[in-house]
Design a binder for this molecule. Structure first.
Ligand code: ADP
Ligand code: MG
Length: 144
């Protein structure tokens, strides 16, 4: 599935729809350059889950947990991770295979520990189509 957005509000709204439809145990990964809109999309997902706490990128912690929504929301940003052992120290399996919804920014850095199935969200710019244009691809990934 590919969707074009032309403003942060539209990207937020798409995330919101994903959040509304999310089920316990869903894992989403997010790929895209700095400033492309990963946090905007994630804030939409949180809103769709009914989370009212402010959501920002978890810059100083690897995972931020939000529990005031319809389902627990586990927001990972693994940008600064050294190696996957750090994920083991956090006990990532309790999140990935728990009853909440997981969102992992920069998931390509921890590819070897991603679950067998997840949904990958890729956000890209195309400056020829304008500064606020984004093309968002959502695809189901099944690992061997
Ligand atoms: P990331 O988390 O990927 O580093 P952010 O979500 O923090 O990026 O920031 C994205 C920036 O791009 C915000 O300043 C937002 O207002 C801007 N922006 C412009 N157009 C869009 C769009 N269509 N979708 C998402 N963000 C957009
Ligand atoms: Mg971010």
């Amino acid at each position: 599935m590919q969707i074009e957005t032309f403003s942060p509000e539209e990207t937020f709204a798409l995330g919101q729809r994903i959040g509304q439809e999310a089920r316990p145990g869903d894992v989403f990964t997010m790929v895209g350059d700095l400033g492309v809109g990963k946090t905007v999309f994630t804030q939409g997902v949180a809103a769709g889950l009914g989370i009212t706490e402010p959501v920002s990128s978890p810059t100083f912690t690897i995972v931020q947990v939000y529990e005031d929504g319809r389902l627990p929301f586990y927001h990972f940003d693994v940008y600064r991770i050294g190696d996957v052992e750090e994920m083991e120290e956090i006990g990532y399996e309790d999140y990935f295979y728990g009853g909440g919804v997981t969102m992992i920014e920069w998931a390509n850095l921890i590819e070897e520990i991603l679950p067998e199935s997840y949904r990958q969200i890729t956000i890209e710019k195309d400056l020829e189509k304008g500064f606020d244009y984004r093309i968002i691809t959502i695809e189901e990934v099944h690992r061997q």
